[in-house]
Design a protein around this ligand. Sequence first.
Ligand SMILES: Nc1nc2c(c(=O)[nH]1)N[C@H]1C(S)=C(S)[C@@H](COP(=O)(O)OP(=O)(O)OC[C@H]3O[C@@H](n4cnc5c(=O)[nH]c(N)nc54)[C@H](O)[C@@H]3O)O[C@H]1N2
Ligand SMILES: Nc1nc2c(c(=O)[nH]1)N[C@H]1C(S)=C(S)[C@@H](COP(=O)(O)OP(=O)(O)OC[C@H]3O[C@@H](n4cnc5c(=O)[nH]c(N)nc54)[C@H](O)[C@@H]3O)O[C@H]1N2
Ligand code: SF4
Ligand SMILES: [Mo]
Length: 725
Amino acid sequence: MCPYCGVGCRLKLEGVNLQGNGSVARIKGVETAPANFGKMCAKGAQLGPTINTPDRMTWPLIRNTLNEELKPVNWDAALAHAAARFSDIYYQHGPDSVAFYGSGQLDTESVYIATKLFKGTLGCNNTDSNSRLCMAAAVAGYKTSLGQDGPPTCYDDINHADVMLIIGSNMDEAHPVTFERVKAARKSRKAFVIVADPRRTSTAENSDLHLAVSPGGDIALLNAIARKIVDLGAVDTAFAENHTNGYREFREFLLAQDLAELCQVAGVPLAMVEDVARRIAGAKGFLSFYCMGLNQSTVGMWKNNAVINLHLLTGQIGRAGAGPFSLTGQPNAMGGREAGMLSNSLPGYRTVDNPDHRAEVESYWGRVPGTISPTPGLTAVELFRAMEKGSLKAIWIAATNPAVSLPDLHHIRRAFGRAELVIVSDAYHPTETTRFAHVVLPAAQWGEKDWTSTNSERMVSHSPKLWNAPGQSLPDWEIMCRFANRMRLPGFQFQTSAEVWNEFAGLTRGRPNDVSGATAERLREVTSMQWPIPTADHPGTPRLYTDLKFHTPDGRAKFLCRDHKEPREQPDHEFPFVLTTGRLYSHWHTLTRTGKVDKLMAREPSAYVEINPADAEKLDLTQGDMMQISSRRGTIQLPARIGNAVPPGTVFIPFHWGDIYNEGNAANYLTISAIGRVAKQPELKFCAVSLEKVLVPSARRPVVTLPLMEAPPIRGKSPAATKVV
Ligand SMILES: Nc1nc2c(c(=O)[nH]1)N[C@H]1C(S)=C(S)[C@@H](COP(=O)(O)OP(=O)(O)OC[C@H]3O[C@@H](n4cnc5c(=O)[nH]c(N)nc54)[C@H](O)[C@@H]3O)O[C@H]1N2
Ligand SMILES: Nc1nc2c(c(=O)[nH]1)N[C@H]1C(S)=C(S)[C@@H](COP(=O)(O)OP(=O)(O)OC[C@H]3O[C@@H](n4cnc5c(=O)[nH]c(N)nc54)[C@H](O)[C@@H]3O)O[C@H]1N2
Ligand code: SF4
Ligand SMILES: [Mo]
């Protein structure tokens, strides 16, 4: 399975040579794989050069203070050091003084062990993940509107939909293989594709209608479309009356709004809104895709509710070609949600504040009642606030690089400066985050372990181990089990990932995301199945809610009246531009892998700030001028890229480049750490900045070089010529 995006492409590796230079002769998509049917993108194709790089972690590293050099040690010494320091803090300051910060790039087995260890053994709900920066609003949106998390749709819906709305998603760059299918549907079946994005992205270029919504204007836009659907008399009243609650209130709410005003706030002409409403009203299958343009907002959950409202209004859910489809960013952000990675959740879509859920999980794990805390833990941004304040003293970070990816990096650096113990498990060192670590643990990555993940369409897949991990690296679940055993904690005597999976799968029995019928043995045979999979002979479930029974107590979905709210920080005379941030096709997040691939770096060699030609003219800019971009939190310098994709008044910076590439100039030195009230997702898509041309650029700080360890020879044999992952 490709270790990058949530599309979940299955890949074939040919001519793997990890004895020699770590090369893979060729990588191809697997023709029969349901997520990609043989396709893949450039990042998947270029995984070869990222496998055995000089900065691959091979030994654990430890030190006492950040002033010392990290020293390589064996596992025994590393775990003794980590467990001793962790125990000191835990027993002296209690469960709230420690935390686990994981990732949608951890396999389900590792998430499960982290949850069992931190929430279910140490009584610490400060167990969150980078999914908080990513999918938290989608989770909260599904739960509030439909009663439970989980996209109801599947990729095959693209083959049945005749109207698709892509809102706040740049699918062409971020989910390219799935977007290929959208393009094919547009071409072969004349499916009508609408893209709502403030930028004219390549996704918008490949659509039938681009709605250049104002940044943060989505709720106004979606309410305007809903209002027009009501005006057209196109509401599916039978569905609304029989399968939802709140329809009448929602209708009143819409009728009380001024359509022209909504369009003005949304920044979209009324004629376009009318056109979209008519098309949705007349659609046989209406499918909507959304991603960070909706989620990364202080009203991200509300934006999600507003999309789902459209589906409830038109009865476009629970059948082929219809439904809301949140695109998952990371390869296993879904599995993380299912196994309880967010600070308010427990495995099997349970929550910590539900006494029955706590009791079920405690009894399954053989824990004394009361072990699991009823209070939701701190979320990603809150963890680092607590660390800066000093109340959070120890953190275990796995498969994420928060020193690049969290908002307001000056604050993050201050927080790291105050931490007493930072344990980082990563496949590479140095990263911007391992620079702040007291203990760095070498993680085996995708091809080096047996692992399970769930992609965007609820497809649970097993990926086999293909070659031995370099040096001493181990899968994350095994590292945590060894740590727990060292702490003499019961319940972590697993020998294989299959054992871990089977224990997790058993805990989902009877739950909405039931995978109890997908035992490790079965998954190793059939490879992929969509949950729920409640029995050993169940074939899996491509679509949810086909019986129109939702996961609410009375089985009805909920209309929720959501008003437009301004983003937290508005432009003013001092910071007159809106900064939005996001991704580029060639790169994956913080560049720990794609930054090492010449072909990908050649496509996008460095960060930049994209500025509309009208603004460029006002600022007297030419292409490539060095710009100083400032927000209330920081100042960075990047070259200007003048382009029409951004509207006037808005600038775009890709967030991939961290301090290792250009010290002090990452996008997140500018972004705001404001979070939503429920989903607690930060507003990474909107803050106010100023722009200034730099007349004499400050000398670029050199790339930070930290001592690299010699990579020891790779253990084990070369795998057979062709392996499927
Ligand atoms: N190449 C590549 N692919 C990836 C990743 C990667 O790093 N690189 N990361 C993966 C991950 S973890 C994720 S979460 C996904 C993210 O995938 P996407 O969400 O598609 O990617 P982004 O570039 O973050 O943002 C999407 C779009 O939101 C738009 N936007 C900004 N503000 C608003 C707004 O107020 N309203 C609307 N409607 N749109 C707005 C931006 O202009 C941008 O084009 O990608 C996944 N795929
Ligand atoms: N400004 C801005 N900031 C953003 C976003 C944005 O749109 N704008 N998007 C946000 C989103 S949606 C996301 S998902 C985050 C992503 O941000 P991060 O999660 O911080 O980014 P990655 O580079 O994917 O970090 C993953 C780390 O895990 C390591 N790794 C890889 N495989 C393994 C493994 O098997 N085990 C272990 N232990 N480590 C491994 C990699 O080397 C890397 O260091 O960024 C967020 N930050
Ligand atoms: S990055 Fe996404 S689209 Fe590209 S090969 Fe990997 S899973 Fe497929
Ligand atoms: Mo993400």
